[in-house]
Design a protein around this ligand. Structure first.
Ligand code: ADP
Length: 188
């Protein structure tokens, strides 16, 4: 059983590590960004509402995100554990999650913060922009996402520090080194 939250700025490697660890632990990788991008591709009402916020690099309103997470954590594959990637992204989402987990009789084992300097993030995201062509990976939007991270998401780190589940990892090292560290953490 494993329940993990990945924190950290855009480009820190949350998605990469969350995916690898989810396979290893055989639990679902729940990426709110992926769910929203699929909704946009499928042109669902959620996708239509979320698109302009995502394109601008802003957070999608909680009114859209919270129901989405509640539904996802209530699906049967999430009963045996989960890895959250991209949620919670502000303190009110973190409080919501806290209450939801109490309802579900679950606790989070680790909140992992991947730390990476801003200039490394910028170059990683610009590189990803060239490879994957994501609509929100251009220089202005990246800058905006980093700003939103500092103002809205970074305070979530303090929230988990207070709940004593926070682990800080240097994300400015090779993917494999971060994975090794994480494996030792969750498998020990
Ligand atoms: P990154 O962390 O690299 O920016 P994500 O795929 O996690 O990429 O998120 C992309 C965008 O999706 C965000 O900029 C935001 O607009 C939206 N988003 C994802 N998760 C959330 C969330 N929990 N709350 C609000 N908006 C979100």
């Amino acid at each position: 059983m494993a329940r993990l939250i990945f924190l950290g700025p855009p480009g820190a490697g949350k998605g990469t590590q969350a995916k690898l660890l989810a396979e290893l632990l055989q639990v679902p990788h729940i990426s709110t960004g992926d769910i929203l991008r699929s909704a946009i591709t499928a042109k669902t009402p959620l996708g239509e509402k979320a698109k302009s916020y995502m394109d601008a690099g802003d957070l999608v309103p909680d009114s859209l995100i919270l129901d989405m997470i509640r539904d996802r954590l209530n699906q049967s594959d999430a009963h045996k554990g989960w890895i959250l990637d991209g949620f919670p992204r502000n303190v009110s989402q973190a409080s919501f999650l806290d209450e939801l987990l109490q309802e579900l009789n679950q606790t989070c084992d680790y909140a992992i913060n991947l730390e990476v300097p801003d200039e490394v993030l910028m170059s990683r995201l610009l590189e990803r922009a060239q490879k994957e062509g994501r609509a929100d990976d251009n220089e202005d939007t990246i800058r905006r996402r980093l700003e939103v991270y500092r103002s809205e998401t970074a305070p979530v780190i303090g929230f988990y520090r207070d709940h004593s589940v926070l682990t800080v990892i240097n994300g400015d090292q090779p993917v494999q080194s971060v994975t090794e560290y994480l494996k030792q953490l969750v498998c020990s």
